[in-house]
Design a protein around this ligand. Structure first.
Ligand code: HEM
Length: 455
């Protein structure tokens, strides 16, 4: 590339009073338009602030940052300064030697072989969810928000996987409220930094601090009780407690708290959102639904979905993968260069965040035929061979690849297979009015209203 190449720049939102509100709440359309216009790489500026970020949807650039030259990149200051104080110094937010030590120690707990017990906990909870929640909706015949129900389910699943049957439900609900409030508060702070004084004056900052303290106290209570108990459990908390570093020491209660909170935050909303979008897509594609139902019946031959037969559920897995292509829950990941760098002729300056827009890459016509169509066959074994490397990364890539990817895939296979064996959904929200709300994750804006029937 010519050394005089000047990286084009656009504002995060226009200063047009008629469109600004829409652009702040969902900057994705503006990002897509700008990425297309400037061939996949540009600078985005936040008006009224000195903040700016590189924005890209180029697989080679993203691969360079996350994988090939990952040692030159850290999580952006945004994560370090806004997210870490909120959710603590755990795997998602830590850096360098400390991160590596924690990653090495925690990784074995997420090994596929270790997930067998957790899969049983999950299928028991999904059965309870179907009997108590979905049956209620079947009988009432009324519409309900599938995204809200999936959020409750995923929260229960991550809670039970972490802490088994230890905490009472009302405590878990409180932790859920704390996590959800914290995410909303932080998204406002990150997207509209100029609103900081307003958040302070309106009491939202102090409410967030109080909620955070409440959540930490609740988690510490659960951890302390477990440390005092002589009974050995099979859940993730026990695995974290039993984990030994190379020098034979173990995690402190504060480290256990930080890592548990991170697993909550990283592990429930992402999966819930993926499931809500998947159910929306299945409900609006009858051909996919019939193929899915038929394939589950053929793959399982009347057995219930379980750890031992999940590998057989190939079409179910394709449906989940395709849903996460169209609606990647982690729609953007960001990093910051430690030293100046150059990627295929593009000069990257140290200290400026680089935002990798996974959403745009997953829908790019250079890598996907009819990119906006829902077609799970793209993920058949044959077709996967033709995917452009690094053009599909719902779980990120490189050394900081999602540690919970096997956990999440297992959870989603169980949910989809168990639910679609029994039920069918009808979309009630007008299809055209379904929209996205990109917060830290890619939520459906105003929810997805459905009705449910027995198959
Ligand atoms: C569909 C579900 C999920 C998606 C799409 C997802 C996506 C991601 C992505 C993209 C990253 C990398 C972020 C970055 O590079 O900046 C990540 C990291 C992480 N995820 Fe997930 N995740 C999911 C489920 C889970 C679950 C279920 C857990 C835990 C039970 C989990 C725990 C984590 C943790 C701890 C990290 C940080 C890893 C590290 O930096 O070493 N995730 N996830």
């Amino acid at each position: 590339m010519d050394h005089k190449f000047k990286i084009p720049s656009v504002n995060l939102f226009s200063l047009n009073p008629f469109t600004v509100k829409r652009e702040i709440s969902n900057p994705i359309p503006l990002f897509l338009k700008s990425l297309k216009k400037f061939n996949g790489f540009l600078i985005v500026k936040i008006p009224f602030s000195s903040k700016k970020t590189y924005l890209t949807d180029k697989p080679n650039v993203i691969r360079h940052v996350l994988q090939k030259n990952n040692r030159n990149y850290t999580k952006s200051k945004l994560v370090q300064e806004s997210v870490a104080p909120q959710i603590g110094n755990g795997l998602l937010t830590s850096e360098g030697e400390y991160w590596l030590k924690q990653r090495r120690a925690i990784q074995p707990a997420f090994h596929r072989g270790k997930l067998e017990y957790i899969s049983q906990v999950m299928s028991d909870e999904i059965k309870v969810f179907m009997d108590e929640v979905l049956e209620k909706h079947v009988h009432s015949g009324e519409s309900f928000q599938i995204d809200t129900e999936m959020m409750h389910l995923a929260f229960k699943l991550v809670s039970k996987s972490l802490f088994g049957k230890d905490p009472e439900d009302d405590k878990l609900d409180l932790i859920g409220e704390v996590v959800s409030y914290g995410q909303q508060y932080q998204t406002k702070r990150i997207r509209m930094p100029f609103l900081k004084p307003w958040l302070y004056i309106t009491g939202q900052t102090s409410k967030n601090e109080k909620m955070k303290k409440l959540g930490q106290d609740l988690l510490m209570e659960i951890i302390s009780l477990r440390q005092e108990s002589s009974e050995k459990k099979d859940d993730l908390l026990q695995m974290l407690i039993d984990t030994e570093y190379e020098d034979g020491t173990k995690m402190t209660n504060q480290q256990l708290l930080d890592e548990s909170l991170i697993i909550y935050v990283a592990g429930h909303e992402t999966t819930a959102i993926a499931m809500a979008w998947a159910i929306y897509l299945i409900a609006t594609h009858p051909n996919v639904e019939s193929k899915l139902v038929q394939s589950i019946a053929e793959d399982l031959k009347g057995e219930e979905p379980s750890f031992s037969n999940l590998r057989k559920l190939s079409y179910t897995t394709q449906v989940i993968e395709e849903a996460m292509r169209l609606y990647p829950p982690a729609w953007l990941v960001d990093r910051e260069a430690i030293n100046d760098d150059e990627i295929d002729g593009i000069k990257i300056k140290k200290g400026i965040p680089i935002s990798c827009l996974i959403y745009s890459m997953h829908r790019h016509s250079d890598f996907w035929n009819k990119p906006n169509e829902f077609d799970p066959d793209r993920f058949s074994i044959e077709n996967k061979k033709n995917h452009t490397p690094f053009s599909y990364i719902p779980f990120g890539g490189g050394p900081r690849l999602c540690i919970g990817n096997n956990f999440a895939m297992m959870e989603m296979q169980l949910i989809i297979a168990m639910i679609f064996q029994k039920y069918t959904f009808e979309l009630i929200t007008e299809k055209d009015s379904i929209d996205m709300q990109p917060m830290i994750t890619l939520r459906p804006k105003n929810g997805i209203l459905v009705k449910i029937q027995k198959r």
